[in-house]
Design a protein around this ligand. Structure first.
Ligand SMILES: *Cc1c(COP(=O)(O)O)cnc(C)c1O
Length: 419
């Protein structure tokens, strides 16, 4: 459910007509709904309310905008970060260091030291090598790093290959069969406080069965570790719950997910940790774009919009689907190809799609663009970095300014030896 809908013939974000934002900020522009974000944050939390001890760390990489993070901090969320930059954003947004989890296979020494200095709550170690390095750094600083070991359960999440993370051939975590040995060795290091395990099998999960398999395997491993005398007080079950991208998609809900976790982990006697990203932010945002022109082709007409793969990369990267809708629908429909202006054939949002009829100058949106949207934007083809707006009832504000090509040009220099 979201708070984008037609009022008096025009698509609104909550009570604000999208045409007004487009006129004042220009297009393309991301628009987030505060009510939708808050709702998703509450629904996800409520879905886990049957579990005794829960910590939710929002996956910052899905939408790192400072205003989004502040809102989630106010909802009591912590943060799952994958770089020093994301950590600093979470802290700047008001999240408490102890509520921050640091994930990722390539945390550098500089990042590990920065995270130790900041006193973050948990490192999710992705390898024995990383654990050894962190232990040394922590010992040198006279502190202990609180950690879990991320395990690769070798389960197929049945999602797109590029966002699957829990199969043996993926780079993430340590092999399931080696995990107990690595946990034992890392537990013996004075710089580390090993407190549990972590797992994350992929993103845009639309079938809960692989998650069940993964969680059962983690439960068994937890039992083995305890039998060997290890302390296991925390189990981080990651994120990955999918969202409906197509109108009519029927996906497991947060409540279904909560029931699954309750069934599997009810008597684990741990603090359960979660790292949701997309399920919180996905439906909370749209990308507003203007139709530059409609070009007749040999087949379907080409709707050339002013948003491109640099603004919304998911279709080009993952063949992802985003519903396309007119801001002022006439009730007429057409079949068209929707493309951006970038000089790449992959700058294609949809082929042969049934859409609201649009013409040059009309506004339209790509829906469900709040996750992995603005954060993946870049300036390819010397285009501006896309701005972001948040709406709250009748209010709205720019929460990330457009960065103009001139500002990017100003950061470049020609060395004098070229002249
Ligand atoms: C990407 C990621 C998440 C969030 O994934 P979503 O599909 O957005 O929920 C959580 N944990 C880790 C370790 C991740 O890499």
């Amino acid at each position: 459910m979201d708070h984008f809908g037609i009022v008096d013939g025009e698509l609104h974000a909550e009570q604000v007509p999208l045409g007004r934002i487009a006129r004042e900020v220009g297009t393309p522009v991301y628009v987030y709904s505060r009510a939708t974000l808050s709702r998703h944050a509450k629904v996800f939390r409520e879905a886990l309310s049957a579990l005794p001890k829960v910590h939710i760390a929002f996956a910052v990489k899905s939408n790192p905008n400072l205003a989004v993070l502040r809102l989630l901090a106010r909802e009591g969320y912590g943060a799952d970060v994958v770089s020093e930059g994301e950590m600093n954003r979470a802290l700047a947004a008001g999240m408490r260091p102890e509520d921050v989890v640091f994930s990722g296979v390539g945390k550098t020494r500089i990042e590990l030291v920065a995270a130790l200095r900041a006193g973050i709550g948990q490192f999710n170690l992705e390898s024995e090598e990383e654990g050894v390095e962190l232990a040394e750094l922590a010992s040198d600083m006279g502190v202990r790093a609180t950690c879990t070991l991320r395990v690769n359960p070798d389960v197929d999440a049945k999602t797109h290959a590029k966002i699957s993370t829990g199969k043996a051939e993926n780079k993430f975590g340590v092999a399931y069969d080696r995990a107990a040995g690595i946990y034992a060795r890392l537990s013996a290091l004075p710089g580390l406080e090993m407190r549990g395990l972590a797992v994350h099998i992929g993103s845009q999960i639309t079938d809960l069965e692989p998650s069940r398999q993964a969680f059962l395997k983690m439960g068994a491993l937890m039992g083995d570790l305890r039998a060997q005398g290890h302390n296991v007080t925390h189990m981080d079950l990651g994120g990955g719950l999918g969202v409906p991208y197509k109108a009519g998609d029927n996906l497991p809900t947060p409540a279904d997910y909560g029931r699954l976790v309750s069934e599997v982990a009810q008597d684990w006697d741990v603090t359960l940790m979660f790292e949701p990203g997309r399920v919180i932010t996905g439906n909370s945002g749209v990308l507003v774009t203007e139709v530059v022109r409609v070009k007749q082709g040999t087949g379907n007409p080409w709707i050339v919009v002013d948003a491109a793969m640099n603004d919304l990369a998911r279709p080009a990267m993952y063949d992802a689907w985003h519903d396309f809708a007119a801001v002022n629908p006439t009730g007429e429909a057409m079949v068209a190809n929707i493309v951006g202006p970038i000089c790449e054939s992959s700058d294609t949002f949809a082929m042969g799609r049934d859409i609201d009829a649009v013409k040059a100058g009309d506004l339209a949106v790509f829906r469900t663009a709040g996750a992995y949207g603005a954060t993946m934007a870049n300036t390819y083809n010397s285009r501006a970095l896309v701005p972001e707006v948040m709406v709250d009832g009748e209010k709205w504000a720019i929460v990330a300014s457009r960065i103009e090509p001139a500002a990017i040009l100003a950061a470049e220099q020609v060395p004098d030896w070229l002249d």
